[in-house]
Design a protein around this ligand. Sequence first.
Ligand SMILES: NC(=O)c1ccc[n+]([C@@H]2O[C@H](COP(=O)([O-])OP(=O)(O)OC[C@H]3O[C@@H](n4cnc5c(N)ncnc54)[C@H](O)[C@@H]3O)[C@@H](O)[C@H]2O)c1
Ligand SMILES: CC(C)[C@H](C(=O)O)[C@@H](O)C(=O)O
Ligand SMILES: [Mg+2]
Length: 354
Amino acid sequence: MKKDILLLPGDGIGPEIIDSAVAILEAIAKKFKHEFTFKQHLIGGAAIDAASTPLPTETIAAAKKVDAVLLGAVGGPKWDQNPSHLRPERGLLAIRKALDLYANLRPVKGFEHLLDASPLKPDIINGSDLLIVRELTGGLYFGEPSQRSKDGQSVVDTLTYTRYEMERIIKKAFESAQLRKQKLTSVDKANVLESSKLWREIVDQQKPFYPDVEVNHMLVDAAAMKLITEPNSFDVIVTENMFGDILSDEASVLTGSLGMLPSASLAENGIGLYEPAHGSAPDIAGQGIANPIAMILSAAMMLRYSFKMDTEASNIEQAVEATINNGYYTADLKVKTGSLVTTKEMTNNILRNI
Ligand SMILES: NC(=O)c1ccc[n+]([C@@H]2O[C@H](COP(=O)([O-])OP(=O)(O)OC[C@H]3O[C@@H](n4cnc5c(N)ncnc54)[C@H](O)[C@@H]3O)[C@@H](O)[C@H]2O)c1
Ligand SMILES: CC(C)[C@H](C(=O)O)[C@@H](O)C(=O)O
Ligand SMILES: [Mg+2]
């Protein structure tokens, strides 16, 4: 099959890990006789430096033309003092909104060989395998107004959601649960927030349409605790934008590192953008030591969701697992034994297992 892929490397470790994903995709194309073509555009700090905007119009136009988008990461201290419209993160939020990428799927799967990389007890995290379904285009991230008062003495951020926005992500989560272990945990703050009360109502309204799915509601504070004390009690978690952001970084502890967590950001019309859950890791950028696995597994998600290439996606996932089982690890994974490798070496080891 012929597929056009847009690369948005972004900032920090973004370009380093995008290179890894491209190498893996080229190997897959060769093995399965596909033709993948890559175009590259600017986003984030790199775009601010080159074009004075975190999301050039050419980038959105290109994203709308291709079969899928792969994004590295955006942001870094260089732009931290910029006014908010010139922050790299604005570019990321803007492309999610422009492409209506409402459904962010963040699978969290621990590898047995990395049990000791987590500060959590091995018997608690062994076998952890869950999916966070995060709403990605609404909530506090996008509500207006979001500003300081003229005198600087007060501030407002706004949390808005329409019923439609909640309904579509909740349906997506029910469907995801049907394809997994048929267990859905809806996470909210319904003891305080009006938005969460509507969210809960919609979950209960949708429940009868998915009789095979067992559903429970959980408050976000308790969910944060349970996620690391009883991770195996979860299958699919569905939640709004900011809760999902926070819970997914927390859940990465189950896998040993944030550098292990891939994600897919999907629109209703089939457009997909694939990005690791982590950021640009400015503390290690440029050193060639970043963990490329979250990015590589995001590329596997692209094959599965956007290109319907299940065998190819599984090939990548198995190659990653085999490499980990062979004892290779990057510096972020605090394992006690094995071979410490760079980004390139990890990528080459995974390539050997493709
Ligand atoms: N999707 C994105 O582009 C995205 C996501 C999160 C944060 N950010 C941005 O990234 C910048 C840095 O944010 P932060 O430091 O809070 O979060 P971060 O995710 O970049 O880093 C947190 C910690 O995890 C480590 N880490 C993350 N990914 C890693 C990888 N692949 N390999 C090895 N170690 C890894 C980092 O070195 C750091 O110690 C900020 O500007 C933030 O806004 C961007
Ligand atoms: C960089 C930031 C805007 C982004 C988010 O909060 O969505 C990131 O943390 C993520 O998880 O993708
Ligand atoms: Mg985040």
